[in-house]
Design a binder for this molecule. Structure first.
Ligand code: UD1
Ligand code: CA
Length: 462
């Protein structure tokens, strides 16, 4: 569907009810800011222009919004009507319909917005609203109808007791003809309980002047639930979590406990993946066929191959190739690459390093800025000492090298192909291929010392 449509997403409100330093629309749902769900839903309508209204202090918002949106600044949060007014300069050269959506309604589906747009065009309306019948209408603007026709919207704060009883509410999704915004937004007054310019007043003004205003009732009120508080956020998260997990269950993925599994909206899973409880898959993580993730795994922006097993571990921006095994208790930081059939075991931290095919880092190691070849064995307690207090230095460990337990590799350093390092060595120089590097003081043997001590302590009798 491509259309003469501009979309305005309102995201500049203070979000007082969140009691947070973070702007309300940035509060995350499964790792994604809630406003991004709304932006994704409206993007399906392929608008010619996608404007997001932000407050002037919201630098954080600029960083996380998807590409292709244009930011419009609302200098003061003077109300939703004022927020739309701030967009008018951007719409001067546009001709078509303008959809306005609240940024705090993350559950909306594109299909519903497409129906709203179809209704608007078919009915030839000046404005069309999406309304709903939630079980509790508290907090929403109420839809006032006369003879079945919408005549105005009354905000909760300004509603008369009998108006408060109305169960049809304004969902915060509207389509206007461009001229309706240009001709009527400047007529909105802030003479209401909140002292704000309400976008919702536009409806009453249009109807009073004889324009046709229509409404589409949402089939499922839950899609239009708005998130004003942290409680609302958790309710919304439950619904999104269920939608995403059920989608994957229907598409060949086993999720052992969907209530305890958190999969972000941008994650992609192949078939026969198994996700064990308490796993969090975030960002653009991809998991290949037959892999087993969990229990207790958190992955952000990771690329996981086929038949990989990861348990009790954390990874960010890491690539793990087919049949590798990770964990329990590994931490894979940015720029980690784990080769095919490699093994990274318990209490291992890896940063910006490549581990070659079939290599093993089974326990208690730190590898940073390292390039490890194929079939390398890294003994327990090995550390790449990559930081001299000022700069980071690289370590190279070539194919089939055997690094003995507790080796300290003072970088920059190279451990040649097939070489061996003695356990407990502190190595400061390159090790040529095929050699042994050992750095320890010689072992002393004092014969019978232990036996004598035992005998002496018996005699002493204290
Ligand atoms: C709004 C509607 C209400 C509707 C409800 C549905 C108005 C006056 N009321 O109420 O009828 O039932 O949504 O969810 O519109 N915003 C700005 N700039 C501002 C104020 C708000 O960009 O100056 C943004 C907010 O970030 C938010 C959206 O507009 O994303 C809605 O604002 P909010 O304060 O949450 O409105 P509600 O009280 O929920
Ligand atoms: Ca709201």
């Amino acid at each position: 569907m491509s259309s003469n449509l501009a979309v305005i997403v309102l995201a500049a409100g203070k979000g007082k009810r969140m009691k947070s330093a973070l702007p309300k629309v940035l509060h995350p749902l499964l790792g994604e800011p809630q406003v991004n769900y709304v932006i994704k839903a409206v993007s399906a309508l392929k608008p010619k222009l996608l404007l997001v209204v932000v407050g002037k202090k919201f630098d954080e918002l600029r960083e996380v919004l998807p590409e292709g949106v244009k930011l419009v600044i609302q200098p003061q949060p003077l109300g939703t009507g004022n927020a739309v007014s701030c967009c008018l300069p951007e719409l001067v050269d546009f001709s078509g319909e303008v959809m306005v959506v609240n940024g705090d309604t993350p559950l909306i589906r594109s299909e519903t917005l497409i129906s709203l747009f179809d209704t608007h065009l078919k009915q030839g309306n000046e404005a069309t609203l999406l309304t709903a019948f939630p079980p509790d209408s508290t907090g929403y603007g109420r839809i006032i109808r006369k003879g079945g026709q919408v005549v105005k919207i009354v905000e909760e704060k300004d509603a008369l007791p009998e108006e408060k009883k109305i169960s049809e509410v304004n969902t915060g999704f509207y389509i206007f003809r461009k001229r309706a915004l240009f001709n009527y937004l400047n007529r909105i007054k802030k003479t209401n309980q909140a002292g704000e310019y309400y976008l919702t007043d536009l409806i009453g003004l249009l109807v009073a002047d004889g324009f046709k205003v229509g409404a589409l009732v949402a089939e499922d009120w839950r899609e239009t639930a708005n998130v004003n508080s942290r409680r609302d956020l958790i309710e919304a998260q439950k619904i999104i979590q269920e939608r995403i997990n059920f989608f994957w269950l229907d598409n060949g993925v086993t999720i052992v406990n969907p209530d305890l599994t958190y999969i972000g909206p941008e994650v992609k899973l192949a078939r026969d993946v198994t996700i064990l409880p308490l796993s969090f898959l975030k960002g653009k993580t991809r998991v290949g066929e037959g892999s087993v993730i969990g229990p207790s795994v958190e992955l952000k922006d990771c690329q996981i191959g086929k038949r990989v097993c990861i348990s009790y571990s954390w990874g960010e921006d890491a690539v793990i190739k087919d049949e590798a095994q990770v964990g329990p208790f590994a931490r894979l930081r940015g720029g980690t690459f784990i080769g095919k059939k490699a093994r990274v075991g318990t209490f291992v931290e890896i940063k910006k390093s490549k581990i070659g095919k079939e290599s093993k880092v089974p326990h208690l190691s730190y590898l940073g800025d390292a390039t490890v070849g194929d079939k390398v064995n890294i003994g327990a307690g090995t550390i790449t000492c990559n930081f001299d207090g000022k700069e980071k230095h690289p370590t190279f460990i070539e194919d089939e090298a055997f690094v003995g337990s507790d080796t300290m590799l003072i970088a920059p350093i190279k451990i040649g192909k097939g070489s061996i390092t003695g356990a407990g060595s502190v190595l400061t120089r390159d090790v040529p291929a095929g050699s042994l590097a050992i750095e320890r003081s010689e072992q002393k043997i004092i014969k019978d010392w232990a036996k004598r001590r035992k005998r002496d302590s018996k005699k002493g009798g204290d």
